[in-house]
Design a protein around this ligand. Structure first.
Ligand code: PLP
Length: 286
């Protein structure tokens, strides 16, 4: 099966998908997106992803071009056109094609694009040993809760991590933890799981919610509050979470060991719970 994409009403080979250069996604980064993990050919938490998509569209004042049942049908159709058991579905909606002008065009039709790639989750070695991360100042805008395709700041920040041989860059704004360039971040101190609260400074991760649900189920105490940088640097455990990273322990931060320098006991409990949970959900959906 060749890589198939969906663009404005039709499925076609990804390599043949084209958009006009005046698409506002290309010109202004004027659009939003979602990345949906697919396990055993079933989209994981699709209603939650579609709810977040609606939230992002509302935030940029762009009407949803499709109903949730249309999206669900299209996502499943795209998955069916790819051979992989585990996939990563990317979907993007932009404000469409119009003469270049910052103010919204009247009558432009949103551009809808979707593609699917193999889902690449962390290799076993990273899960067992943890990963290196660095830190940086979070200089992104003040609407980080919108899953916008305008990701220049995130790209610049992630490049710092790439150049340092690190997996992610953990961000601080005004002395407190926000998130990472493409992940949420959790801290463990004295057996308690700490996370930054959901507000305009972080993306409300779908994995973030799963982690909180699993922590509650495992009886792990959770506190969502502003987390000063010093509490991150002296954490017992530090994790990054996202749809592709799932739950991953940070072994070193700026070259210094986090806790014992290896994934800690709370991580191991949560990681195992996450693996069991996703397979259980998939079996139930079958
Ligand atoms: N924060 C940012 C900035 C992200 O880009 C992402 C995912 O790409 C996340 C957090 C994690 O979100 P999710 O768990 O929905 O993948």
């Amino acid at each position: 099966m060749s890589d198939t994409a969906y663009l404005n009403g039709e499925f076609l080979p990804l390599a043949e998908a084209r958009i006009p250069v005046l698409d506002r996604g290309f010109i202004f980064g004027d659009g939003v997106y979602e990345v949906i993990p697919v396990y055993s050919r079933r989209p994981f938490r699709l209603p939650e992803h579609l709810r977040r998509l609606q939230r992002s569209l509302d935030a940029i004042r762009l009407g949803n071009p499709m109903t949730d049942s249309d999206w669900t049908r299209l996502v499943n159709d795209l998955v069916a056109r790819h051979a992989g058991e585990d996939q990563s579905v990317y979907l993007q909606v932009t404000r469409g094609v119009a003469k270049r002008d910052h103010a919204f065009p009247s009558g432009a039709k949103p551009t809808v694009f979707m593609m699917s790639s193999p889902l690449v989750t962390p290799p076993r070695e990273q899960v067992e040993q943890g990963v290196p991360c660095i830190t940086a100042t979070d200089y992104r805008w003040l609407k980080c809760d919108v899953k916008s395709v305008s990701l220049l700041a995130n790209c610049l920040l992630r490049q710092l991590a790439a150049e340092a041989g690190a997996v992610e860059v953990v961000l601080f704004r005004d002395g407190c933890l926000t998130e990472a360039s493409a992940s949420n971040v959790f801290v463990v101190r004295n057996g308690k799981l700490l996370g930054p609260p959901k507000n305009h400074l972080i993306l409300p991760g779908i994995t973030y919610d799963v982690v909180l649900e699993l922590a509650a189920a495992k009886g792990i105490a959770v506190e969502l509050r502003a987390i000063p940088e010093q509490e991150v640097r002296s954490a017992d455990e530090l994790w990054v979470t996202s749809s592709s990273k799932e739950v991953l322990a940070v072994a070193t931060l700026d070259g210094k060991a986090v806790g014992g320098g290896r994934p800690g006991p709370v991580f191991r409990t949560l990681h195992q719970a996450f693996q069991e949970f996703k397979r259980k959900v998939m079996r139930q959906a079958a």
